[in-house]
Design a protein around this ligand. Structure first.
Ligand SMILES: Nc1ncnc2c1ncn2[C@@H]1O[C@H](COP(=O)(O)OP(=O)(O)OP(=O)(O)O)[C@@H](O)[C@H]1O
Length: 302
């Protein structure tokens, strides 16, 4: 399959349009009576050149899923691939190199180095890795993010939104196959948050990047192409071309389920999917377990 994103981003490892994949991904924290099943045999395909949001109630496993997909945490069972490289079972040294070379990270705290200016912060991971930035790409990232006239400023001379844009540029600078963003707007006011989401959207649409974002905010998820909903460590639903209202409505259903459970009823393992949606997983891969068909992503963004 050839997507515009694939054409934009030569040299990516996998030819099948999948930037990251998990099969049977299971994560248990602790052991014995205190063991917590954070991820329960999750199957998921992250489509390349798309913006995927991961949502779900607190404790549903969003961060754990992101950390396991990004090779930041070990898995208890199952397999994870970045492109066509299986990362489960990689030695720590190889995993570190893979993360450095192929993945960009954006966290709630920007983690900028206060003594370095914006440009130095942006190129820092590549400097550490001894890599030369591709100047044309770097220019494109800097201009897309509107940082051209801020490059010589230190983080303390930048607004929160500008700092997050620098963090975004740093994640993009080495042209990673995949960007993982954990609550990237969590520390920002709504205007700056919207800016960052707009830039992530542009990174996908204009630069062909693949973004996976964990968020609590339906408005943030509305910038994505696809929302995966986690409930009790499972992908229980997904939504294409989401709107904030539709995501909010879906999230409310988790609250209803939780309230019923708190009242003594059994908690369904499907996170409140409507009864009609509870059929078996279709053979084309669409569905109930969060497997996104390669040919099925939306053709337009928000
Ligand atoms: N290091 C850990 N040790 C033990 N339990 C953990 C650890 N990390 C996460 N958990 C548990 O695993 C489950 C999933 O946690 P996770 O942080 O992935 O959820 P989340 O959906 O990201 O939550 P939130 O929205 O509150 O950030 C929770 O029950 C959590 O308490």
């Amino acid at each position: 399959m050839s997507t515009p994103a694939a054409e934009h981003a030569p040299g990516l490892a996998s030819d099948d349009g999948i930037a990251a994949r998990a099969r049977g991904l299971t994560k248990v924290y602790g052991s014995g009576e205190t063991a917590v099943l954070a991820l329960d045999s999750v199957d998921v395909d992250i489509v390349r050149g798309r913006f995927t949001a991961v949502m779900g109630p607190s404790g549903s496993g969003k961060s754990t899923l992101m950390h396991c997909l990004a090779g930041l945490d070990t898995v208890s069972a199952g397999q994870v691939w970045i492109g066509d490289t299986e990362i489960t079972g990689l030695k720590e040294r190889d995993l570190t190199r893979l993360r450095r070379d192929r993945i960009g990270f954006m966290f709630q705290s920007f983690n900028l180095v206060p003594t370095l200016n914006a440009l130095e912060n942006i190129t820092l991971p590549m400097d550490i890795a001894g890599q030369k930035p591709n100047e044309k790409w770097l220019d494109q990232v800097i201009d897309t993010l509107g940082l051209r006239d801020r490059l010589r400023h230190r983080p303390s001379q930048l607004s929160g939104g500008q700092q997050q844009r620098v963090a975004c540029a740093r994640a993009l600078a080495s042209r990673p196959e995949l960007i993982f963003a954990d609550e990237p707007t969590g520390n920002l006011d709504s205007r700056a948050g919207l800016e960052v989401l707009g830039f992530l959207r542009e990174a996908v649409d204009d630069l062909g990047q693949t973004v996976v974002m964990v968020s609590h905010d339906p408005g943030a998820a509305a910038h994505s192409d696809l929302v995966l909903f986690l409930g009790d460590g499972r992908i229980v639903d997904e939504m294409r071309r989401p709107t904030a209202e539709a995501v909010l409505e879906r999230m409310k259903r988790f609250d209803v389920i939780r309230a019923q459970f708190d009242d003594g009823g059994p908690a369904p393992r499907d996170g409140g999917r409507p009864p009609d949606d509870r059929g078996p997983v279709p053979h084309d891969g669409a569905s109930a377990r969060g497997t996104v068909p390669v040919d099925g992503p939306p053709s337009e963004g928000n």
